[in-house]
Design a protein around this ligand. Structure first.
Ligand SMILES: Nc1ncnc2c1ncn2[C@@H]1O[C@H](COP(=O)(O)OP(=O)(O)OP(=O)(O)O)[C@@H](O)[C@H]1O
Length: 244
């Protein structure tokens, strides 16, 4: 469902991605794990067609990101840190307006909003203006907005950051529920426990290099470690001693 071939990105003379090649499959929640500056956002923005790669390409849901960016955009819902909400609109108004953009009728939009209310526990968020939202309320509406058109591919970039434990739990349960035939969720984070909880496989990215793509048990076995955190250090600094 996602095939990335030799994707590179340079910003001036700085190389943010070094020939990344990997695949992610239909039905997976696929983790992208790496510390600050690893290149996660750069990679996900390229996949969402928000940024052009310097080299290489990728195919998402059967569409090439360079040759058919419009079709890619229709196939994906994207949540990243840079998305604001209009302060004067309520959550319901935001979601209805996005539903209209995607061609849903009012009845279809309201049915979808009701479904997302159940899944994301939107509650009173729907009828409060965005200017009055807490971080958790805002993030829930941003996620609902990203999936209002029920896209087969969902890209979540550090979506849990800043959320309290209740909102984080709702988000992780929502991500769990996206695991279904015909769907792919890309879940980027630097928090190992989130990957351990929701991801079927994980790509470990460090300084723009892809160090490993596998299931969590496989990366633990490959590195001879007992936790994802230990495995990460073993991959990043293979020469340094690390507790197993
Ligand atoms: N527009 C830009 N111009 C120059 N350098 C950039 C630009 N965007 C990103 N970078 C650099 O590219 C590298 C990768 O950044 P990116 O945001 O993709 O990492 P990340 O893994 O998402 O990290 P974080 O968790 O901190 O967001 C970093 O060193 C960053 O400073």
């Amino acid at each position: 469902m996602l095939s990335i071939q030799h994707l590179t990105k340079t910003y001036g003379s700085f190389q943010a991605l070094h020939s990344v090649t990997m695949t992610a499959h239909d039905g997976e929640v696929f983790g992208l794990l790496g510390p600050n500056g690893a290149g996660k956002t750069t990679l996900l923005r390229i996949l969402a067609t928000l940024l052009r790669p310097t080299g290489g390409t990728a195919t998402l849901n059967g569409h090439d990101i360079l040759r058919d960016p419009e079709a890619v955009r229709r196939s994906v819902g994207v949540v990243n840190g840079g998305m604001g909400l209009p302060a004067r609109l309520t959550g319901r108004e935001v979601l209805r307006s996005f539903a209209t953009l995607y061609g849903l009728s009012r009845a279809q939009a309201d049915a979808r909003i009701s479904e997302l209310d159940d899944r994301l526990e939107l509650g009173r968020t729907l009828d409060v203006r965005a200017g009055e939202y807490s971080t958790g309320m805002k993030q829930k509406v941003v996620i609902a907005r990203a999936v209002i058109h029920d896209p087969p591919v969902l890209i979540l970039d550090e979506a849990a950051s800043g959320l309290d434990i209740f909102a984080r739990r709702t988000l992780l349960d929502f991500v769990h529920a996206t695991r279904a035939p015909g769907r792919l969720t890309l879940y980027s984070t630097h928090v190992m426990s989130e990957v351990e909880e929701v991801c079927d496989r994980v790509a470990i990215l460090h300084q723009g290099e892809l160090l490993n793509v596998s299931t969590i048990p496989d990366v633990l076995e490959r590195t001879g470690t007992g936790s994802l955190e230990r495995a990460f250090f073993a991959l990043v600094r293979p020469e340094a001693p690390h507790a197993r």
